[in-house]
Ligand binder design. Structure first.
Ligand SMILES: Nc1ncnc2c1ncn2[C@@H]1O[C@H](COP(=O)(O)OP(=O)(O)O)[C@@H](O)[C@H]1O
Ligand SMILES: [Mg+2]
Length: 358
């Protein structure tokens, strides 16, 4: 059997660069070496691309970037007649044809439709959501509007643009006050990730500062009512007929699941299954499947919810199109519990990429 040539993209010009290196390392370690020949492509935080042929153990800690003898400038060409990676060396170039790509990248410039657009132009099958669904799910305002319109319950929200806010501050503050009279509120950049730029706001006096903080990350900002609830996550896998895992639960170590609670502190807790009645858990799984289809997702997504403590009301929070994929991340763990091992999961994702490209 001919091995399929699969490129794994890691790193990326994103605030989630480091977590991508760990996701990619886990994928490289666990992917079937009988079925696939791997081409490793590292992208630095500045957006430089390299073919990396050195020791795989140098990927997770970032040492690959200084391993100069094992890296060569390389990039995927948007030219579909090339169908792969162009590698540059000593003023010459060579081409590596690719059967598929795993863009193991999180956040901006990876999970937001940019890489997906490039791969679509190149006509190379790739794992995960397409250009549109990646971009739409990355953008919290678009996700909120689309899902609310489709009848899926979201926390109440308002949104503003930077230009309008700068010249109409009072009007904006009035609009937010009218739409969202009660605190706490969450102020978020529409496009970001890893909780970067997000503030939980407890009173009117802190609102402007939180809005300005969010504007440092994006020109559009979302303001949401704060839900006092359990944080529940659900993994979805498939193209037209997706399967949904059981629910998992996050208990953040901080007041909310901020950057520190996600990546620095070891005190945030992850429970599989979530502490939920079966009825609510099934309701969440149904909503996850519906949201996945409405947002036109394919391949995979992790869909995050809040279950309000006093009322048991279910609110969808967000859709992550390339969720953390380390061997201890929620997405693979949820499917492991459902009976699909990490290696099988990678295999299924690659097959889904080929199926969609047909
Ligand atoms: N409306 C909300 N109510 C309560 N908590 C929220 C709300 N929005 C966000 N949070 C908290 O902030 C965290 C990060 O927000 P999220 O929208 O998931 O952004 P990111 O894409 O950065 O993960 C959530 O995991 C949760 O802890
Ligand atoms: Mg989140």
């Amino acid at each position: 059997m001919n091995k399929k040539v699969i490129a794994i993209l890691f790193g990326g010009a994103s605030s989630e660069h480091e977590i991508s290196r760990i996701s990619a390392s886990s994928i490289i370690k666990n992917i079937s070496k009988e079925k696939y020949e791997l081409i490793l492509v590292g992208i630095t935080k500045h957006g430089e691309w390299f073919l990396y042929t050195g020791d795989v153990s140098k990927i997770a800690n970032g040492e690959w970037e200084t391993d100069d003898i094992n890296k060569k400038s390389a990039s995927i060409s948007p030219d579909s007649s090339i169908g792969g990676l162009i590698v540059y060396e000593n003023g010459k170039y060579s081409i590596i044809k690719l059967d598929a790509v795993i863009p193991a990248l999180h956040g901006k410039n990876g999970e937001d439709g940019t890489i997906q657009g490039l791969l679509k132009l190149a006509k190379i099958p790739f794992v995960g959501c397409d250009t549109f669904s990646s971009a739409a799910c990355m953008d919290k305002i678009t996700t909120n509007i689309t899902l609310t319109y489709a009848g899926i319950k979201k926390p109440k929200f308002a949104f503003i643009t930077k230009n309008y806010f700068n010249s109409n501050k009072e009007k904006c503050m009035d609009y937010i006050k009218k739409t969202l009279p009660l605190f706490p509120l969450f102020v978020k950049p529409s496009n970001a990730g890893s909780s970067v730029g997000i503030t939980k706001v407890h009173s009117q006096k802190d609102l402007i500062k939180a809005i300005e903080t969010a504007f440092l990350e994006d020109n559009r900002v979302l303001i949401e009512e704060g839900i006092n609830g359990q944080e529940v996550e659900c993994a979805v896998l498939g193209n037209k007929t997706p399967i949904v895992s059981i629910c998992g639960e996050i208990v953040p170590s901080n007041e909310f699941y901020d950057y520190e609670a996600k990546y620095i502190s070891n005190d945030s807790k992850l429970y599989i299954p979530a502490h939920l009645d079966e009825e609510i858990s099934n309701k969440i799984r149904k909503i996850a499947s519906k949201a996945y289809k409405i947002m036109s997702c394919c391949g995979l997504a992790r869909i995050d919810f809040f279950v309000e403590k006093d009322t048991n009301e279910v609110y969808l929070n967000e859709v992550n199109t390339f969720p953390g994929f380390t061997s201890i991340s929620m997405y693979p763990k949820l499917f492991e519990y459902t009976g699909i091992s990490y290696s099988d999961l990678i295999d299924k994702l690659i097959n889904l990429a080929f199926e969609r490209a047909k």
